[in-house]
Design a binder for this molecule. Sequence first.
Ligand code: FUB
Length: 331
Amino acid sequence: MLGFYHLIVGFILINLCLINNCFAANPLNLGAHIRTADPSGHVWQDGRMYIYTSHDQECQLDFWMKDWHVFSSIDLVNWTAHGAIFSVDELTWADNYAWAPDAAYKNGKYYLVFPAGTGHKDRVNPKNSTKWMGIGIAESNSPTGPFVDKIGAPLWRHPYANDPSLFIDDDGQAYLYFHAKDQDYNVIKMADDMRSTQGHFIKMDMGGHEPKMEGPWVFKRGQYYYYTMPENNRELAYYMATSPSGPWQYKGVFMAQEHKSNNHHSIVEYKGQWILFYHRWLATPESACKARKRQRHSAAEYLHFNADGTIKPVKRTLNGVDDFSNLSKNK
Ligand code: FUB
């Protein structure tokens, strides 16, 4: 029989759970002691969903970040942490700024494409800044590493660039999109061995709408290609085209900004559902960090399309994709 003691314990547990968000899928349960951002989702041959993330140090203030992590799941609620799969310590050409990564599978190998850099940003006297960032690519026989930088150098040194994103088209051609100083809205093809770029940067026709941006993400659905990005670094917006290099038609914002903070996302289809991964800046009262009230956490939502292929607006929710197992095909 339930006694008073059991009721009290149950009451306390439920309240602890509510405080700690343990009935909700958002933020994703990637582990109690890790802060992740910039999730890049991919479904590989084993049928699991993988997200490659950057890793915020507790209380980090200027995005000094050192390694990249990967997590996998079959239901988007229970995640396996595969740990740090690559770090700036393994690079000869950078020692910091392990920012938003992406991954790809081609020629039987897995590729981790990542931004990294050196120096520091002087916010008071920007002219004294020495910060530089470039894009590297590492390869592995497994989606969870170990990854090795076979080039031993960034893909290029100029322009300053970060936030790479790889899209492999149906014919196997890999396209690299990125954010770059004075060269946003460019794309470059990757060579077949994925160890160098091929040809020149192509400045894409964005239909006259080229706001400040970061992390682009390109995907294909049916006949349409989608170029998506955080417009002004904050609100997720998109363009559509019938080719991976445009011309693109601007279609608007599908996720509003929150707390005037950056967002970074990826979009991928999994078991018949389209999923948007992104990060939220959430209050972290449990943290000893006094300098930052909010820190970043990876999250996920469903993404829905209209009949004409346009994207329906997405709201941030607590439940996220917690009912994925019921909704998905091939459960
Ligand atoms: O995580 C570091 C940087 O913050 C990313 O590269 C940007 O996209 C922004 O999310």
